[in-house]
Ligand binder design. Structure first.
Ligand code: DC
Length: 237
């Protein structure tokens, strides 16, 4: 029985571990990270939300995202904090709760664009390392197992075929008549391409990550697979 169902406290070892979840968008990272956090009593930190919050500020200030100078000087006068939330983390941008403003297409695209700049990444990585330093976290993103916490006890790389990920994203958006599935898939591919091919910390599995391909799984099955990977690790620490 799970810790959340029988009300038991998670094992002491679970309270210290770092679980890194990386992979492209639509692979199920958020759902899985959220479940693992509840199940094992860990703090869930969504690093993509930090890039999104910074992108929102850059958009608000009308910065060009084609060069790094503007975003870099903006970073020097920006604070970003994550707090536990219901479905997603609560995100505080310079103290303002911007959680509800981060999931539209404009911010999504801008987040991918600002995340190519090395100085922005170095700043984010430092913040994320501080947030996870005490352990007891599930951290979700693109470079957690490779750059942020290469020594994480558990690393899971989640993937799925682009068409499957695109359709999941389309359904998450609430199947609006003005949005076509093909368009969602195309935008997602463009973003993936940028995330996988950037020079600094491209999206790729850490050599010691466990790969979970959810193309032919339900999200529920992928959640169970991830849960088993963490449980197996906990049994050895
Ligand atoms: O996970 P997400 O879709 O919220 O992430 C938004 C963008 O941020 C994504 O296109 C790539 C970038 N990102 C990143 O480069 N590194 C991370 N650790 C998390 C997100």
């Amino acid at each position: 029985m799970s810790a959340e169902k029988d009300g038991s406290r998670p094992a002491a070892s679970a309270q210290k571990i770092i679980v890194a979840i990386d992979g492209p968008s639509g692979a199920g990272k958020s759902t899985i990270a959220r479940h693992l956090a509840r199940h094992f009593g860990l703090l869930n930190l969504e690093t993509g939300a930090m890039y999104r919050a910074f992108a929102l500020k850059a958009l608000r200030e009308g910065l060009s995202l084609d060069e790094s100078a503007g975003p870099e000087s903006l970073a020097a006068r920006t604070t970003i904090r994550l707090e536990p939330g219901e479905e997603h983390n609560r995100v505080l941008l310079d103290g303002e709760d911007v959680t509800a403003l981060l999931r539209n297409q404009t911010v999504t695209d801008a987040a991918s664009r600002v995340s190519v700049f090395p100085a922005i990444r170095a700043w984010m990585v430092r913040l994320q390392q501080e947030m996870g330093a005490a352990g007891g976290v599930v951290m979700e993103g693109r470079d957690i197992g490779t750059v942020v916490f290469p020594e994480a006890e558990v690393k899971i790389f989640l993937d799925a075929a682009p068409e499957v990920r695109g359709l999941r994203r389309y359904e998450q958006l609430g199947a609006k008549p003005e949005v076509q599935p093909a368009e969602v898939i195309r935008e997602m591919r463009a973003r993936d391409e940028r995330d996988r091919n950037r020079a600094d910390s491209p999206l790729r599995p850490a050599p010691d990550a466990v790969l979970v391909d959810s193309t032919h799984m339900t999200l529920e099955e992928a959640v169970r697979a991830a849960e088993e990977i963490v449980a197996a690790k906990l049994a050895t620490v």
